[in-house]
Design a protein around this ligand. Structure first.
Ligand code: ZN
Length: 300
């Protein structure tokens, strides 16, 4: 019970994943998701109010206060929860999201990079449980990267590690919302898949490919090859034990994962002389980021 007589759910934690198009919020009791909701992502200056409203609606539905609020945000997120830059969120520059949520005074708030949160979820409770070197790659509106290195979450010197979507993979290639050209996420994200298919959703292309449609199979092949090329560069640099693919596109993993694995081995430096890391779909699917945000929120 709080001072004003409202019940608190002591073991509950809310996790929110802010995506380029939608925000996914869920509630964990222990490791179990007991409530879930989605809303469209607003421009970054309205984000805090939007999340407060979303979380308040969840608490009302549950009939109790939830003490922990973890948020996964795309882009450069500082340890105190400022979103410095995020090319796939409108107007995101120096948004003090953590402070604005903390100022409400109702939750213990932690803001994390979304892919770092996803990596933590898959390592702690998902498909990479028991591994010590995990690379998480989320394929959504953009591409996010998160690492567990030697059993610890790796954030880099400023919290900005893992911006793998903006590794330049084609010199002077397709323009990216980040201002550069030829970034990997222009070729291997969910948005890129949509672009390759002439505007169709990834799931629609995957369904057509599963029926043997030649155009759809060719689109999936092209997409998988771009995914594999970027992964090979990352494996050359970081030598992970396992690569976990997350994000919305992973719902169609059956249609492109086998090609990704084959092509990764072909692209990898000296692949005959080394183990090639396994590439697996996230156990939590597109929920990884929100689950990881809730779990990390409990730790802070
Ligand atoms: Zn970029």
């Amino acid at each position: 019970m709080t001072a004003d007589g409202v019940a608190t759910g002591g073991d509950l934690a809310i996790g929110v994943d802010i995506g380029g198009t939608k925000c996914l919020a869920l509630v964990l009791r222990g490791d179990t998701v007991i409530d879930e909701s989605r809303r469209e992502t607003p421009s970054a200056d309205h984000l805090a109010e939007h999340l407060i409203d979303m979380v308040s609606a969840i608490e009302e539905r549950l009939g109790c206060r939830v003490p922990v609020l973890g948020v996964g945000a795309p882009g450069l997120v500082t340890p105190d929860g400022v979103v410095r830059a995020s090319p796939n969120l409108r107007d995101a520059a120096d948004v003090a999201l953590g402070k604005r949520l903390r100022d409400v005074g109702r939750w213990r708030v932690h803001v994390e990079n979304d892919a770092t949160a996803a990596a933590y979820a898959e390592w702690a409770t998902g498909v990479a449980r028991g591994s010590r070197h995990v690379m998480m790659v989320t394929l959504g509106t953009g591409i996010g990267g998160g690492w567990v290195v030697d059993g610890k979450v790796h954030r880099g010197a400023h919290g900005f590690a893992g911006e793998i979507g903006h590794m330049v993979i084609v010199a002077n290639g397709t323009p990216c919302p980040c201002g550069k050209r030829g970034c990997w996420e222009r070729y291997a994200s969910g948005s890129a898949l949509r672009q390759f298919s002439g505007g169709e959703d990834g799931e629609v292309v995957a369904r057509r490919a599963a029926r043997g449609d030649a155009d759809a199979l060719s689109v999936m092949q092209t997409f998988a090859d771009w995914v594999a090329l970027g992964l090979a560069n990352l494996v050359n640099a970081f030598d992970p034990e396992v690569i976990v693919l997350g994000g919305g596109v992973v719902e169609s993993a059956d249609m492109f994962l086998p090609v990704v694995k084959d092509r990764l081995r072909e692209h990898l430096y000296s692949s005959e002389q080394r183990p090639c890391p396994d590439v697996v779909a996230a156990k939590h699917g597109e929920r990884s980021g929100a689950i990881g945000a809730a779990l990390l929120g409990r730790l802070h």
